[in-house]
Design a protein around this ligand. Structure first.
Ligand code: FE2
Length: 274
């Protein structure tokens, strides 16, 4: 069966050895440098008492920035970090692929352009990128969701490229996917609320199934391709090993990108393809 047929049936693909170990290592080193250069005490969200409003704003305006998001529970009640900054960050997002030369090159590798076209994208655009740490012991669980909820186009065209920069196992919180679940339709959209902040708009109140998910335990260098409508999740990291991953999400330029999507970009930084 071709990759495209397999993807159409399952809603995901697991492609081992897609990325050489040296590239995984280079991305990890670059993420480490970015974190070293990040000084949370210089950013008001991490020092203010108005946590909700400022953290919303820090998140909502991150679509064309490189920003740092902490694990829940990274802080003590007095606002100080419980452990080193390097071990407290949940992810970096959301425009590494446009602003950092190394992530830019990696995200626009020729093999990815070929894959996007093979899977039916006519005008692929790189919408967002995330470096995900899934830290030892505190890396939190990610509940079942569809990426198109957060990265919606009309019609839905989101395609996720998830690169294992380290081995992902049951112990350190690998992905779980629901085979064939991309045919269930989109359940909700995450939108900007008219009064500020964000909200979920329900499109179909039928809940996503809770059963039938399969774990995707993969080796370093594996690319997992996720259909935007495929329900997936990941467990908490209960181990002493981190589970670093890098994810890029594409949308098709032929679809409409609604203005009430949470992710906005400056007109000076239009979306680019490969
Ligand atoms: Fe996701």
């Amino acid at each position: 069966m071709s990759r495209a047929d397999d993807f159409e049936q399952q809603g995901f693909l697991v492609l081992p050895d897609f990325v050489p170990a040296a590239s995984c290592k280079a991305l990890k080193a670059r993420a480490e440098e970015l974190v070293a250069g990040f000084h949370p005490e210089s950013i008001s969200i991490f020092t203010t008492h108005e946590q909700t409003r400022t953290s919303d704003e820090y998140f909502l305006s991150s679509g064309d920035q490189i920003r740092f998001f902490f694990e829940e529970g990274a802080f003590r009640p007095d606002g100080s970090l419980r452990q080193a900054k390097e071990l407290s960050i949940n992810k970096i997002g959301h425009a590494l692929h446009d602003l950092d030369p190394l992530f830019d090159r990696f995200s626009r590798a020729p093999g990815l352009a070929a894959l996007a076209s093979e899977l039916g994208m006519s005008q692929p655009l790189l919408l967002q990128s995330m470096y995900i740490f899934k830290q030892p012991h505190i890396g939190g669980e990610v509940n079942s969701h569809q990426d198109s909820t957060f990265l919606y186009t009309d019609p839905p065209t989101c395609l996720g490229l998830w690169f294992a920069l380290e081995d992902a196992t049951l112990e350190n919180g690998c992905l779980w996917a629901l085979p064939g679940g991309h045919t269930l339709g989109l359940k909700k959209r995450f939108v900007r609320a008219p009064g500020g902040g964000t909200t979920f708009r329900v499109l179909d109140p039928t809940p996503l199934p809770e059963e039938g998910f399969v774990p995707l335990e993969v080796r370093q260098g594996t690319l997992v391709v996720l259909h935007g409508l495929l329900p997936h999740k990941s467990g908490a990291n209960t181990s002493s090993k981190s589970r670093h991953a890098y994810a890029v999400h594409l949308i098709d330029g032929s679809a409409t990108y609604p203005q009430d999507n949470w992710l906005h970009r400056s007109p000076a930084m239009p979306l680019r393809g490969f």
